[in-house]
Design a protein around this ligand. Structure first.
Ligand code: F6P
Length: 369
């Protein structure tokens, strides 16, 4: 049996997602109920690896008082970063170079020194891959699945996704009327990295006429045909949802910035490309709206808030039961645990035979294929 727990740490890494504060609240409360103390690491692992940046301390005590009434708030009270992978930390080298450095041992040393017995790591695939590596090095870790992109495997969904889809759907609802008034094509680019979950779910719920997702390479002529077909039927406007990772049949993804040490490439710009080329092909007035980080901000929906609270409490129960190297997973009717090993480095793409996608086809949505 592992040694009893007295203190645990929480860390939130990667792009933020609505529901992070709910996870923190539930974790701290469930831990306090067991007599455990909780601390929070600031900005991923940077609170430990770059203490000089935090005059008030890179690790903060999380009291019950501190986490009162935060479950409904967007963002994370701990801060987050997607530039702080302890296994690939950018360290300045000679002549302005940057050296890819493994500083992971410093995390384990810190936990030992500060007598922190376990870590609850809340993150997407990058953060959970790091958590898995830390677990392999001997740290007691439980992961919590977070990302608006919903691209994590072995969980029905991640928290943050429902909020992003709800907001994108509301935006589409609004765009219908202005597009119709001006007889325009509106192209709406949404986040999602290499998966099309947000585009697909919001696109169908918001009744888009074409949805372009990374899982189905698209031919823009097919989309132009759809716009013209609608025109011929007397529908003088169209809504096209484009996932940021959408892939043209004979083209490439739109990349805003290349990958750096410890930081993945930044996608974006496909909406602009699609709008420009559609305008050329159809002769229609076309506008582009990039929802971007609006999808990540704001309060979690009730679904995400509840999922996040359940995840935080379940993470503490897992540690109490002696589990480590696992991720809390959402199933029905209960949460369960899966090995981090099964999640790390694996992306959950939209299955092209899913009934949601089929629903889109049955509704006449064009997927560019
Ligand atoms: O993983 C969440 C996400 O929002 C992706 O959909 C997007 O590609 C990425 O983060 C953008 O992150 P940032 O702008 O914070 O680097």
């Amino acid at each position: 049996m592992p040694q009893p727990i007295r203190r645990i740490a929480i860390c939130t890494g990667g792009g933020d997602a609505p529901g992070l504060n709910a996870v923190i609240r539930a974790t701290v409360t469930a831990a306090a109920d067991r007599g455990w103390e909780c601390v929070g690491i600031r900005d991923g692992y940077n609170g430990i690896l770059q203490p000089e940046r935090y005059p008030a301390g890179g690790v903060m005590l999380l009291t019950l008082e501190r986490v009162l009434s935060i479950a409904h708030l967007g963002g994370t009270i701990l801060g987050s970063t997607n530039k702080g992978d302890p296994f690939h930390f950018p360290v300045p080298g000679p002549d302005g170079t940057v050296i890819d450095t493994d500083r992971s041992s410093e995390i384990l040393d810190y936990f030992r020194r500060e007598q922190i017995d376990a870590l609850v790591s809340v993150g997407g695939d990058g953060s959970l891959t790091i958590s898995n590596e830390l677990h392999r090095k001997g740290l007691r870790v439980v992961g919590v699945p977070k990302t608006i992109d919903n691209d994590l495997d072995k969980t029905f969904t991640t928290f943050g996704f429902d909020t992003a889809v709800s907001f994108a759907t509301e935006c589409l609802d609004r765009l219908h009327s202005t597009a119709e008034s001006h007889h325009r094509v509106m192209v709406v680019e949404v986040m999602g990295r290499y998966a099309g979950w947000i585009a697909l779910h919001a696109g169908i719920a918001g009744e888009a006429h074409a949805i372009l997702i990374p899982e189905i390479p698209f031919d823009l002529d097919k989309v132009a045909n759809k716009v013209q077909e609608r025109e011929a039927q007397g529908h003088k406007y169209s809504l096209v949802v484009v996932a940021e990772g959408a892939l043209p049949h004979h083209g490439q993804r739109a990349v805003l910035a290349p990958a750096e040490i410890g930081h993945a490439e930044r996608l974006g710009g496909m909406g602009e490309n699609v709008a420009r080329d559609l305008a050329q092909r159809t002769g229609k007035d076309t506008r582009v709206v990039v929802l971007g980080h609006l999808l990540r901000g704001g309060s979690p929906t009730a679904f995400d808030r509840l999922a996040a609270l359940r995840f935080g409490a379940a993470a503490v129960r897992a540690l109490d039961d002696g589990l480590s190297g696992v991720m809390v997973s959402l199933g029905f009717p209960n949460v369960s645990y899966v090995n981090l090993e099964e999640v790390a480095g694996r992306m959950k793409a939209v299955p092209t035979d899913s009934d949601t996608l089929q629903t889109g086809r049955d509704l006449g949505v064009c997927f560019g294929d």
